[in-house]
Design a protein around this ligand. Structure first.
Ligand code: ACM
Length: 558
């Protein structure tokens, strides 16, 4: 038999002779610290095998889970012999990854949810020793452009865990919708969680569907998802995006907007009433920077921090046009009062106010690479040392941030934006931006070559970003995310030299697991008929066009 085809790739795998057969006598045991992992493994194996898999007493037979502090936190060993299976991890997370590998050593049908008959639940005898290259192995998910119900988010978390990914960057607010209940400001969801219509397609020929869209998570939903993720060793980094991408909030609470003047028009006495966005893009309607707006968002973040126990709290910061601030006398007055030289510094000031609040609560701020802009001059507020930069406009932000001593998460759009088209076939549905095929994504390298080893230590890892303007259902998310996420997971986990042929061979087998799990991935042959969107326009770009745009917009941080 050939070596088992594990994905992500493991550091060391050696074959021994024989196999362990799961049967009615198999028990699963572990110390008290691992009761959750024992329960998870039982829940994963019982329905599909039909075996009782009772708790064992740790006598070394059956499947034994254990901790070994000498291993890396997320490192683990799996030893399979005909007499039993032993999974040892540095922490419960490591044991969990060992348990995921145990599932991959079983036939792919193990990823089904109910009894599969006629399968021998046999695990080849092996020794696996493994630990990840990076501590931040993530996926970003935009649930604002298209809402994803909590049960589908939890399904994606299961799929992340299967790929030994550990961080979900959850993009919860946007121009087109606010998705998290905030008790102090109920209109954020009663008003801000729905829109009248949605753009269909991209580019000048795009249309509207005329169909209301919406949805939000109650705080009880959020607690459920957070706990579900935690049980799978996935930490959620919530994001409330400011000061751009905020039209849903401004619709709900117009005093948050730059409402005192119409752009280029006469002053109006009341805040302007806008509408939750129905088009995709970057819009001039942004937050004002009054102290009352800072206080509002500090209140929002206080509730967010009470719901999300993880270290990082996202404040966005991307793509904030400055036109309204430039033409608004009140904003200009605030800038003078605060000693700020330009609107870039005002944005840095605003992010700084929230960064201070996050830091005072003992957390760390997570923001897009725009949070590097507007610093340095007198009056601009530097970010706290713990602030962490998501480098998305290529890797310029990663280089700049690491050299300034900030931690970095690499998610360059030209390597890991999973909304970008998967091939140059005209059949790809709503094709946007450049082609990011599986091999392109597999080439993702989170650490910029120009960093010194010391600077490179600031690169915590990377994540794939899943923007959902053109993904209007979980089925479409499956199609754009898989199998490209498998490639991202492989390169974030494994530090072995890249080997696309080897990856492809492992993926061929792994797709059987995805089939069993019901994942509607993109086929190498292209979209299946029902995965196409005939007649819906996209906006493809060439690599040259994209590179020119990115060079222009990152000139400030280069
Ligand atoms: C982004 O893609 N606007 C971060």
């Amino acid at each position: 038999m050939t070596d088992p085809l594990l994905l992500p790739r493991v550091d060391r795998l050696t074959r021994a002779s024989g196999a362990y057969l799961l049967d009615a006598a198999t028990r699963i045991s572990g110390p008290d610290e691992l009761l959750g992992t024992v329960a998870w493994l039982q829940a994963a194996l019982r329905p599909v095998t039909g075996l009782p898999l009772r708790d064992g007493d740790g006598d070394g037979t059956g499947i034994t889970l254990d901790l070994d502090p000498a291993l890396d936190d997320e490192g683990y060993r799996v030893e399979v012999r005909p007499a039993g299976v032993r999974i040892t991890g540095g922490t419960a997370a490591g044991v969990f990854y060992g348990a995921q590998v145990l599932l991959q050593l079983l036939p792919p049908e193990v990823h089904r949810r109910s009894l599969v008959e006629g399968v021998e639940w046999s695990v080849p005898a092996v020794d696996v020793a493994d630990s990840p290259r990076f501590g931040w192995r993530g996926m970003h998910l935009d649930v604002a452009r298209h809402f994803m119900p909590a049960h589908d988010v939890m399904r994606l978390i299961d799929l992340m865990a299967m790929h030994r990914l550990n961080t979900l960057h959850w993009h919860l607010t946007e121009d087109q919708g606010w998705r998290i209940e905030i008790l102090k400001y109920p209109r954020l969801t009663t008003v801000g969680a729905w829109r009248a219509s949605s753009q269909v397609g991209a580019g000048p020929e795009a249309t509207q569907d005329g169909r209301p869209h919406g949805g939000f998570y109650t705080q009880a939903d959020i607690r459920e998802v957070v706990a579900y993720a935690a049980a799978r060793h996935v930490t959620i980094v919530p994001e409330v995006d400011v000061p751009g991408h905020s039209m849903a909030a401004i619709t709900a609470y117009p005093h948050l907007g730059v409402g005192a003047v119409e752009l280029g028009g006469a002053p109006v006495p009341e805040p302007r009433q806008i509408a939750v966005g129905t088009e995709w893009g970057i819009f001039d309607d942004v937050l004002n920077t009054e102290q009352s707006t800072v206080d509002f968002y500090r209140d929002v973040l206080t509730e967010v921090m009470a719901l999300f126990p993880g270290t990082w709290i996202g404040v966005g910061g991307d793509e904030c046009p400055k036109a309204q601030w430039q033409s608004d006398p009140r904003t200009q007055e605030l800038m003078r009062e605060r000693g700020l030289a330009d609107e870039e510094q005002l944005q840095a000031w605003f992010i700084g106010q929230l960064d201070e609040h996050v830091t005072a609560a003992g957390r760390r701020t997570f923001g897009w690479d725009e949070i590097l802009e507007g610093h340095g001059a007198a009056g601009a507020r530097p970010m706290s040392p713990g602030a962490t930069v998501a480098s998305w406009r290529g890797m310029t932000g990663a280089v700049t941030a690491a050299r300034l001593g900030y931690d970095v998460v690499a998610c360059p759009d030209d390597q890991v934006y999973l909304d970008y088209r998967q091939s140059d076939s005209p059949d790809e549905p709503i094709p946007v931006s450049i082609v990011l095929g599986l091999e392109d994504v597999y080439a993702f390298e989170p650490v910029p070559a120009e960093l010194t080893p010391e600077e490179a230590r600031h690169v915590l890892g990377g994540q794939a970003n899943v923007w959902t303007e053109h993904m209007d259902s979980p089925r479409t998310v499956d199609f754009l995310v898989f199998p490209r996420l498998c490639a991202v997971a492989d390169v974030l986990w494994s530090d072995a030299p890249r080997d696309f042929a080897g990856f492809s061979a492992r993926l061929d087998h792994h797709l059987l697991r995805l089939d069993a799990a019901g994942v509607e991935y993109h086929r190498a042959s292209g979209p299946l008929p029902w995965q196409t969107r005939p007649g819906v326009p996209g906006r493809p770009a060439s690599r040259e066009e994209r590179a020119a745009y990115i060079a222009e917009v990152t000139a400030n941080i280069a």
